[in-house]
Structures are given as C-alpha cells and as structure tokens.
Design a protein around this ligand. Structure first.
Ligand code: NAD
Ligand code: 0WE
Length: 262
C-alpha cells in the first residue's frame, strides 16, 4: 500500500542520476506512482531511457519546452497512455552559461528572453497544454532557488527567471484552484547536478552553505524527493501557491559566518 498507488506522474527534467527530478522520481515510485519521463534531445535520451526503465516507466517521450509543438505532441501521448495526470513535475531551467557569471548588467535581451522562456514560461505552457488532463486532486510542482528573493552572486538572469516562476505558481494556483488542482514550488539549497557543474564558485558556495545552514549540512536529491512526495500526495491537500524551502534552514540565517565559528 503506497501513498500514490494508481496515480500517474509526468516528470520533466531528468538529465542523469544526479538530477533533482530523479530524486523526485524515486520518491514517487517508492509510494507506488506510475511514472512518465521526458528528455531533451537524443544525447540525453541515451541517459534517461535506462533510468526511466529501471523504475518501470510507461511513457518516455522527447520534449523541448521551448516548442509548443513538442509540448502538444507530449500531451497527446499522455492522453493516449494515461488519460490524466495526477502529478506534473517541472524541473527544467536554462540560461546562457556566459550570463551566469560576472555582472547581471551584461545580460542581453536574447539571453533574458531565453532564460525566462525555458525556466519560467514553460510551466504555464505545460499547464495550459495539459488542460483537462489535470483533474481534481492533481498536483503541479516546480523547482526554484532563493536567488529569486535575494541577490546571489552570478545567479543573475536565473534569479529574475525564478522570481517570474514563483509568481507564476501563485497565479496558476488561483486559476487551477477552482478545478481542485494544486500548484507549488520547492526552493532547494545547492545540489551538485549537471546544472550546477561548471558554475563559477559553486564548490566554495556548496561548502559554505553547509557551515551556515541551521542543520549544518547540504541538501540531497532524496531530501527534495521526500518533500515532493508530500506536495504531490493528499497529505498536503490544502497547500497551494506555496514555495516550500528544502534548504536545511539556510535562508533563515541572516549573518555571514560559519555557525560553529562564532
Ligand atoms: P539538471 O541539469 O539535472 O536538470 C535540468 C534539466 O533541465 C535537464 O534535465 C535539462 O535537460 C532540462 N532542460 C533544459 N533546457 C530544457 C528545454 N529547453 N526543454 C526541456 N528540458 C530542458 O539540474 P537540476 O539541478 O536537477 O535542475 C532541475 C531544477 O532544479 C531546475 O529548475 C533548477 O533551477 C532547480 N534547482 C537546482 C538547484 C541546484 O543547486 N542544482 C537548486 C535549486 C533549484
Ligand atoms: O538553477 C540553477 C542552475 C540553472 C542553470 C544552470 C546552467 C549551467 C549550464 C541554468 N542554465 C545553465 N546553463 C548552462 O549552460 N541552480 C539553482 C544551481 C545554481 O546555479 C548557480 C548557482 C546555483 C545554486 C549559478 C550561480 C550561482 C549559484
């Protein structure tokens, strides 16, 4: 008997077994959910397919969220195979790498629009296309980061995109609330994923994070997966429009020294 027996989840954003979306997939699978995955391009298909199959995935489809056509094709497939979506997991972000270091001021018009299209608008595009596949009791979940609220060096245009994403969560929560569908975000502390690799200063930030967080540790994809499970299940039945921090308490600490070196 699992919390999610008979429920169907569509998961966007697995790139490899370090992905936050993979931690979410494992938690949902543990509680009996049936999983569908999407991948971006053929290079990632070779990584995602074996992972998806290891959890008995019943649907593995390509989806570049910048394409309305690919989103429509995806939802048509989901309609055929599942007939509904109980959980929609959005764990997708992208900005030009050269705009994720140095001053925010160097952000280009094209780079700004790209980051907001892939990292923020895509949630609304997916929800819009999912339409009546989302049923009373369904849950939509996205991934955000505290750089939306405070300036975090080098996060730059992604911080602006995450602010737009979090606001989208609140507006979508109102629109979908009348159909009994909930929409929430998890704000995760830094995790060593593909999206974090090669970010200037990430290693130092990751280390300092664990020294300054109330729990004196960093965050794992299992931590995020378990909170995702709560937000996707009926245990959180009156929670919507929310941003839930999974960051070992880090965002509550207002000073800038290691907690045990005071
Ligand atoms: P990841 O690289 O494993 O996942 C990012 C995913 O985005 C990849 O699967 C990639 O294929 C997908 N993607 C990029 N452009 C896309 C497009 N056009 N269409 C479809 N998919 C596309 O890294 P991650 O850290 O697991 O990132 C997942 C989410 O978690 C992102 O929204 C990220 O902002 C967020 N997040 C990450 C951290 C962290 O420290 N790693 C912290 C907080 C929030
Ligand atoms: O949301 C993210 C990362 C998102 C991301 C990562 C990349 C790297 C590769 C978006 N686009 C790209 N484009 C690429 O070409 N995080 C929350 C992780 C992250 O990224 C940072 C961070 C943290 C934390 C960037 C600067 C500072 C901190």
């Amino acid at each position: 008997m699992g919390l999610l027996d008979g429920k169907k989840a569509l998961i966007l954003g697995v790139a490899n077994d370090h992905s936050i979306a993979w931690g979410v997939a494992q938690a949902l699978h543990r509680e009996g959910a049936e999983l569908g995955f999407t991948y971006l391009g053929e290079a990632l298909e070779r990584r995602v397919r074996p992972l998806a199959e290891s959890l008995g995935a019943s649907l593995i489809e390509p989806c570049d969220v910048s394409s309305d056509e690919q989103i429509a094709d995806l939802m048509a497939r989901v309609r055929e195979v599942y007939g509904r979506i109980d959980m929609l997991i959005h764990a997708v972000a992208f900005a030009n790498r050269d705009e994720l270091n140095g001053p925010f001021l160097k952000t280009t018009r094209q780079g700004f629009l790209l980051a907001l299209e892939i990292s923020a608008y895509s949630l609304t595009a997916l929800v819009k296309a999912a339409d009546n596949l989302l049923v009373p009791g369904s849950s939509v979940l996205t991934m955000t980061y505290h750089g939306s609220q405070q300036v975090i060096p080098n996060y730059n245009v992604m911080g602006v995109a995450k602010a737009a994403l979090e606001a989208s969560v609140r507006y979508l929560a109102v629109d979908l609330g009348q159909r009994g569908v909930r929409v929430n975000a998890i704000s995760a502390g830094p995790v060593r994923t593909l999206a974090a690799s090669g970010i200037a200063g990430f290693r130092a930030m990751y280390r300092q994070f664990a020294e300054r967080a109330p729990l004196r540790r960093s965050v794992t994809i299992e931590d995020v997966g378990n909170t995702a499970l709560w937000l996707c299940s009926d245990l959180s039945s009156a929670v919507t429009g929310e941003v839930v921090y999974v960051d070992a308490g880090h965002h509550h600490v207002g000073f800038n020294v290691a907690l045990d070196e005071r």
